[in-house]
Write a protein that binds this ligand. Structure first.
Ligand SMILES: [Zn+2]
Length: 472
């Protein structure tokens, strides 16, 4: 007997675990195996120890035996859990009415045993095949049971609950804020109830019924969202699937426009200024082509690189006619967009030239060249005249009365004196300000130095050409 007065050293459950394990097959433990097999209950009593020799007696009463038992029980893991209503006999204790059956598998022999929920506790630290603890397996099991009950009562409801957000994502437009909020709020309420239904100890079908009621409300809202979309599709400023995808591709960058679209439900000027989606831009261009038909502005196209419209100001001057201007899409839309989005616009573009003088740039090479050429013509009688220019080196060379060369940055100069570029005639003040600018900002260089520089450049160019021919 042990110190608690109990005579059992190895009980039936332990005995069976040992007998079903692989470690007991080691010949060192043959005597123990025999002892367990010969006992009808597969147990060992303290009183039986007297039959053993000293070393075996020590083995059984020391930590050596507990270690062996640990090794044996560690051989097992939970394979799966079943509670299908069928009653089975527990493999360890013989209890005939186990309903919740843990199927445990010996990792070495692959043998499977079914044990009841009490006997499973004999396996300290037993884990499931994917490393889950028994508690986790139990919890998951209970969750699945509850889900099953809910789904049996309301067919397909679990799928609906778990795919709630997908429904909004799948809609091929940006849903208006009001409807989406309504839909989201239901979702939050449903998730709360769903968790309650699954986690509450007591099964409460009134919660299930409430969940179903909310899910049906959700279906109604979804229906409303689709009808709303069908209605908005008729509007020329409907938020298309492409625009939605464009917005979401960079949802951080497009936060503001997404917010506007949700608030407005369709595209309005404030969002249109911020949408650079290809099809949308093309649509804007086409609309402007019609509006601008009888004006003196021609929209040539869109430059993706710097998100700008290329514009030509139609005047009768053959020089300036060749000059294209780049105006940022956003600025352009802010200035003229109302004409697209407000029904009562008029076709008045009187101030357009002034606007472009302030809000556009001349970037493109032939336009830059035409600009310099025009200023040269207009300022030919000035004290400092344009002598030559080079787009590649971004320079204009002015010749002073002192025979000195004054070199300024071409692009900067042209854009600074854009108004002069588009003038028919320069007045004295304009000429004066050009002269002042050149004197103040130019690199001053004498004729000889300049010619040396040109010679060096030509040499470098020729060297490049030699290189190319080598490759050919
Ligand atoms: Zn049992």
């Amino acid at each position: 007997m042990n110190r608690y007065g109990k005579d059992i050293l190895v009980d039936t459950k332990m005995g069976k675990i040992l007998l079903e394990s692989e470690v007991i097959k080691n010949e060192d433990y043959e005597w123990l195996k025999d002892m367990l097999e010969n006992d009808e209950n597969h147990s060992i009593k303290y009183s039986q120890l007297n039959e053993l020799d000293e070393s075996k007696k020590t083995f059984m009463t020391s930590s050596l035996f507990s270690n062996l038992y640990s090794i044996a029980s560690d051989e097992w893991e939970i394979d799966h859990l079943n509670e299908d209503g069928e009653k089975l006999e527990c493999s360890l204790c013989g209890e005939k009415n186990t309903v919740k059956k843990y199927y445990i598998r010996n990792k070495k022999s692959n043998k499977i045993l079914n044990v009841g929920s009490t006997c499973i506790t004999n396996f300290k630290d037993i884990k499931g095949i994917n490393g889950k603890t028994k508690e986790e397996i139990d919890k998951e099991w209970e969750k699945q049971q509850r889900q099953k009950l809910l789904n049996d009562r309301y067919n397909g409801i679990i799928y609906k609950i778990e795919n709630w957000q997908n429904n909004i994502d799948k809609i091929p437009t940006i849903v208006s804020e009001e409807l989406e909020n309504e839909y989201d709020k239901l979702n939050r309420d449903i998730q709360k109830l769903y968790e309650k239904f699954i986690k509450n100890k007591k099964l409460d079908y009134s919660i299930a019924d409430k969940i179903n009621e909310l899910v049906c409300q959700g279906d109604n809202i979804l229906n409303k969202i689709y009808l709303d979309m069908k209605e908005k599709e008729k509007n020329e400023w409907f938020i298309t699937k492409e625009i939605k995808e464009w917005c979401l591709k960079d949802s951080n960058e497009n936060q503001v426009v997404i917010r506007f679209l949700k608030e407005d439900g369709i595209i309005r000027l404030r969002s249109a200024c911020r949408i650079y989606e290809k099809n949308f831009i093309n649509k804007i261009i086409k609309k402007f082509e019609i509006i601008l038909k009888n004006s003196n502005i021609k929209l040539i196209g869109y430059e993706e690189k710097n998100k700008s419209f290329i514009v030509n100001l139609i005047d009768k001057n053959p020089y300036t006619n060749r000059i294209d201007l780049n105006c940022s899409y956003k600025d352009f839309m802010y200035e003229f967009g109302e004409k697209l989005f407000e029904k009562t616009y008029n076709n008045n573009f009187i101030d357009a030239k002034e606007f472009f003088m302030q809000n556009s740039n001349i970037n493109e090479e032939s336009s830059l060249s035409a600009s310099v050429s025009n200023i040269k013509f207009l300022s030919s009688k000035s004290l400092i005249r344009i002598y030559k220019w080079d787009i590649r080196y971004n320079e204009i060379v002015f010749l002073g009365k002192d025979d000195k060369y004054y070199i300024v940055e071409l692009k900067k100069f042209v854009n600074l004196f854009k108004k002069c570029v588009f003038s028919k005639k320069l007045d004295n003040d304009q000429i004066k300000s050009i002269n002042e600018y050149v004197l103040k900002n130019a690199e001053e260089i004498n004729k000889e130095e300049y010619e040396n520089r040109i010679e060096m450049r030509e040499k470098a160019d020729r060297a490049m050409q030699v290189d190319y021919s080598n490759f050919a």
